[in-house]
Design a protein around this ligand. Structure first.
Ligand code: ADP
Ligand code: MG
Length: 342
């Protein structure tokens, strides 16, 4: 069967019109995605922008900011400001950047608020752990170093931006707050460029800007024991959510204990393995998600609630206005703060 000439022309015009629509309609008004390995995790970025070229520049600016923060705060990079502080602040106060000072200041605020459950000096002992290699500090080393684990050893001069440690063995790590800080910075950059709808996450810390253009963002809380499953999916917009779990970085030791990356500063050991009977202690949590206006607060709060356990942790979130939590205990039961219960 042959098509008439007129029909062929019509079909060609239709295709041209569709192609035209594809380049003028879609490319100028679309979702942009990027994913990069930074800060020891995967950084995901999704945002709506009408101009493809500008969107590429915005993506570069956001990812560049994550890399800048990682270069300053990574404990694994010899050249980071954090590593320099850990090398010399034990000998006396040194001048630090206003950025590092403000993150340490915020960390100290949460140390006070949580009576030491959140404590960046956990690293004095925590830095001896290598979860990939299955290495931990032995009991004797932990006991010897424990007095140096205490946020009160941090002397921060908020005006002069100087910092020192009163115990020469003290070390700090900002892994419990830096990613939340970074997703906030990312959203600030997106806003500066006029972006109104975005989702940015770095591992367990996510910040949402606006909604998903007419519908909420759907954020999955991972099942703490089944990798590819969600334990819950929560619709959210214009907020931050941080999740702390014992399943992100861990190894199982010879006694069948889960040795993971969230430490109880009081014992110098991972928060859920320092007492016996993981599954019978109803206060013990294995996953904590905190929702609130920004990652600079939800990140340290999720770590704090994990260390505090269900009772004290949920009480802390109830006491703070604008924050909610979803937690999963060792028996895989899920609990919500009052604002989420409707
Ligand atoms: P992640 O997103 O890396 O899983 P979390 O918010 O769960 O982070 O915090 C865990 C990280 O916080 C650890 O990897 C460590 O760097 C740091 N950390 C562990 N225990 C504490 C603590 N008690 N106080 C402050 N920071 C901690
Ligand atoms: Mg956290």
């Amino acid at each position: 069967m042959y098509l008439s000439r007129a029909r062929v022309l019509f079909a060609a015009r239709l295709i041209a019109a569709l192609v035209g629509l594809a380049s003028s309609g879609f490319a100028h008004c679309e979702w942009h995605y990027d994913k990069q390995a930074i800060m020891g995790t995967e950084v995901h970025l999704q945002f709506w922008h009408e101009d493809g070229e500008q969107a590429a520049a915005i993506t570069a600016a956001v990812m560049g900011e994550f890399r800048r923060i990682d270069a300053a705060l990574s404990p694994y990079k010899e050249s980071s400001e954090l590593s320099r502080v850990n090398r010399v602040a034990g000998q006396g106060p040194i001048v630090v950047s206003s950025e590092l000072a403000s993150i340490v200041d915020k960390s100290l605020w949460y140390s006070d608020k949580t009576r030491g459950a959140f404590d960046i000096t956990y690293a004095t002992v925590g830095s001896l752990y290598d979860f990939r290699a299955g290495e931990r500090a032995d009991q004797k080393t932990t006991d010897t170093l424990l007095p140096a684990v205490n946020y009160r050893h941090i002397q921060l001069d908020r005006k002069k931006h100087t910092m020192g440690f009163t115990d020469p063995r003290t070390k700090i790590d900002l892994g419990g707050i830096a990613k939340g800080y970074a997703v906030d910075r990312a959203v600030a950059i997106l806003k500066q460029h006029g972006v109104q709808n975005a989702s940015v996450s770095a591992g367990g810390d996510a910040r949402l800007l606006g909604d998903k253009r007419g519908k909420p963002w759907l954020i999955g809380i991972r099942h703490p024991r089944q990798k590819s499953k969600n334990a819950a999916v929560i619709p959210l917009e214009d907020t931050a959510i941080s999740t702390s779990g014992d399943y992100e970085r861990f190894f199982i030791d010879d006694d069948n204990h889960r040795v993971h990356h969230i430490f109880n500063p009081a014992t110098g050991m991972p928060a859920a393995t320092d007492s016996s009977g993981d599954a019978t202690d109803s206060n013990k949590l294995i996953s904590v998600s905190v929702i609130g206006p920004n990652g600079f607060d939800t990140d340290p709060l999720s770590t704090s609630v994990f260390v505090l356990g269900k009772e004290k942790g949920m009480a802390l979130i109830e006491e703070l206005t604008g924050f909610e939590a979803v937690v999963i205990d060792a028996n895989h039961r899920m609990f919500f703060t009052s604002g989420l219960q409707q």
